[in-house]
Write a protein that binds this ligand. Structure first.
Ligand SMILES: Cc1ncc(COP(=O)(O)O)c(C=O)c1O
Length: 308
């Protein structure tokens, strides 16, 4: 990952090194923040943010769930203000920005859990990330984590709440220390939920399946895009419950996420999936997704917000 020049902080563009908060910030101590991860692609019409409206909506829904007021340095921010702020910081950082991370979090300088009345800070960082999980042609080896995806009763699973990512970091550590690149988490009733920062899909008996949102997953925006793209390509797609047996005996498995995009899974817990190579359907969907995000398919132009 490469740094960029400017970070947007409470309405101002500041130098990367100057975007600082106090060590007693509530979010640092208690995880009280909501964030997004958003991709920027180069298209024939210039840089475009993929599904920006959906990311801003999910960010604002997460803040509503957490009870955060969207007032930063005395100015109230609505949907359009957040959209514009994200586009401004992408523009300010010039060429090569491919990932944006807005974060709205409780700051302040006090000790105590009570979140009410704690000031809210809004930062938007851009980076040059490149591929997050390697190339689609190589595929990924993953493990099943001993950590479970936190249940909807333990927090809002549908929101990207900073503190909830403890589980993802524990699972990721488990995967990487075992030589895998990702970890699958089961939910509290043992069904397949998702990976640390990706949703999961299987292709089995001629049908695509992915866990339904009530399985305590994040409703990924890439997941939603892949469901629509696959249906448009003529595949039957079902949102359902998936067992570990269905996963391992699937013909193909892939992960989807903003950072990871579409990554074939070739091995889970040292068992090959299908032939042990990226699946043919996975690669077709991956190629279609790539054409869509890079502005080559006019029918999906609504999903791109051009920066200039
Ligand atoms: C836990 C988790 N699941 C799934 C996803 C994929 O969601 P999206 O496609 O919106 O990036 C992410 C990434 O944001 C995530 O953090």
């Amino acid at each position: 990952m490469d740094k960029t020049e400017k970070i947007w902080l409470n309405g101002k563009l500041v130098d990367w090194a100057d975007a600082k908060v106090h060590v007693l910030a509530h979010a640092l101590n208690y995880g009280t923040g909501v964030f997004e991860g958003i991709r920027v692609y180069q298209t024939p019409k210039g840089p475009a943010v993929f599904r920006l409206k959906d990311h801003v909506k999910r960010l604002m829904d997460g803040c509503k769930m957490m009870g955060f007021d969207l007032v930063f340095d005395g100015k109230e921010y609505g949907f359009d203000d957040i959209m514009n702020a994200i586009k401004d910081v992408v523009r300010a950082n010039g060429e090569g920005v491919d990932y944006v991370k807005p974060c709205i979090f409780l700051s302040g300088e006090e000790v105590g859990l009570n979140p009410i009345g704690v000031p809210v800070t809004f930062s938007i960082c851009c980076v040059r990330m490149g591929a997050y999980l390697g190339s689609a042609s190589a595929g990924a080896k993953i493990i099943t984590s001993s950590w479970h995806r936190p249940d909807n009763l333990c927090g809002p699973a549908g929101a990207k709440v900073n503190g909830a990512y403890i589980t993802s970091t524990l699972a990721k550590r488990e995967a990487v220390s075992q030589g895998a690149s990702e970890a699958l988490m089961l939910n509290s009733v043992g069904h397949v939920a998702e990976c640390t920062g990706e949703n999961i899909f299987i292709y089995r008996h001629g049908k695509i399946m992915t866990p339904v949102p009530s399985e305590s997953i994040l409703e990924g925006i890439t997941r939603n895009s892949i469901i629509q793209i696959a249906r448009d390509m003529g595949y039957p797609v079902e949102e359902t419950t998936i067992s570990r047996f269905e996963l391992v005996s699937a013909d193909e498995v892939w992960m989807t996420g903003t950072a990871a995009e579409v990554v074939p899974v070739v091995n889970i817990d040292k068992r090959d999936i299908g032939t042990g190579q990226p699946g043919e359907n996975t690669l077709k969907i991956h190629a279609r997704f790539h054409d869509i995000v890079t502005g080559k398919v006019p029918e999906y132009d609504d999903w791109l917000d051009y920066v200039n």
